[in-house]
Write a protein of this length. Structure first.
Length: 308
């Protein structure tokens, strides 16, 4: 199954890199290659990696770049079919039954046909993603799949294999054209091999210092150049520590924005202490950096930047 070449789908890997860069998403060649292949082959793309490294942003960037609808299924523990796929409008169905009774209709098959008509179906994200669109197949983001349970994961096998959903009362609903499916996982648990086999796979790692600096320049253009270099180098060193939760790219962007709002032109111990809550999200990590390790890291960053 292949995706049609129209609707703005890039024709090669270089075009894919440029497409994402146009939305300020900097993709290395390996990531751009797997995105390109997912688009051309019509295969779901499974992205794993730490929280905050930009997995979700890939789907957003693709939707904007290709001018497609973005349909997002945010996963959580206890997610079920009625919340993710469909449910029946019970109020409308009861009204349909009352009207049939008032009209004297006794044909059971006819009543069931009216009660379980598509007009009474409430479409949730999975069904919405299978619907046709004048703008081309949508980008369907299944975000943080690892938060759901194995039963829901098993249900998705039909969706990801054949881009269809079976509704007992209606039959099988199949997409005319497959959506662009992006599945993300923070790896809080292992996702089953059966689901992974239906997808192309890529591990999204933290960016290099050079890549992260360019991301900050694009996302926070008002940030002072010297400050950008310092804060990126500082974040890179933080990730080398044994923290409970390393800061992701999203936190780097937030920190750069916060320091810019405070009119800071360079890092100093007070600025770091005042704004650590935008960068670190656990008190033990914050206390550790405030407790002296933060000053050591700042001294190392300054020395390395001067030497470089």
């Amino acid at each position: 199954m292949t995706v049609p070449s129209d609707h703005g789908v890039p024709g090669d890997i270089g075009s894919t890199i440029a497409l994402l860069a146009g939305q300020d998403y900097l993709a290395g060649r390996e990531l751009a290659t797997v995105v390109f292949l997912a688009l051309r082959m019509g295969r779901p793309l499974f992205l794993e990696g730490e929280a905050g490294v930009g997995k979700t942003e890939i789907a957003k960037a693709l939707a904007k770049a290709l001018d497609r609808p973005l349909i997002r299924l945010q996963c959580y523990e206890g997610l079920d079919i009625s919340s993710a796929v469909y449910e029946w409008n019970y109020t409308a169905q009861m009204l349909e039954i009352r009207l049939s009774e008032a009209a004297g209709i006794r044909d059971r098959e006819r009543i069931e046909g009216d009660v379980f008509a598509e007009r009474h179906l409430i479409r949730r994200p999975v069904l919405q993603a299978l619907e046709p669109s004048d703008r081309g197949p949508p980008v369907f983001l299944i975000d943080e799949l690892d938060r759901t349970d194995e039963a829901f994961e098993a249900f998705l096998l039909e969706v990801l294999s054949d881009f269809q959903v079976t509704i007992p009362e209606l039959g099988t609903i199949r997409a005319q054209q497959p959506p662009i499916v992006i599945v993300t996982s923070n790896r809080t648990r292992e996702v089953h091999d059966a689901l992974k086999r239906r997808c192309l796979y890529h591990w999204v790692d933290y960016p290099s210092a050079e890549e992260e600096l360019e991301i900050v320049r694009r996302r926070v253009p008002g940030c002072n150049a010297a400050l950008s270099r310092e804060l990126v180098a500082y974040v890179q060193k933080l990730r080398g520590l044994d923290l409970f939760k390393n800061p992701g790219v999203a936190e780097t962007i937030d920190w750069a924005s916060a320091l810019t709002e405070l009119d800071r032109l360079a890092l100093d111990p007070q600025a770091i202490s005042d704004t650590l809550g935008t960068l670190l999200k656990y008190q033990d990590d914050i206390a550790r950096i405030k407790g002296g390790e933060g000053q050591r890291l700042l001294s190392e960053v300054r020395a390395e930047l001067l030497a470089g």
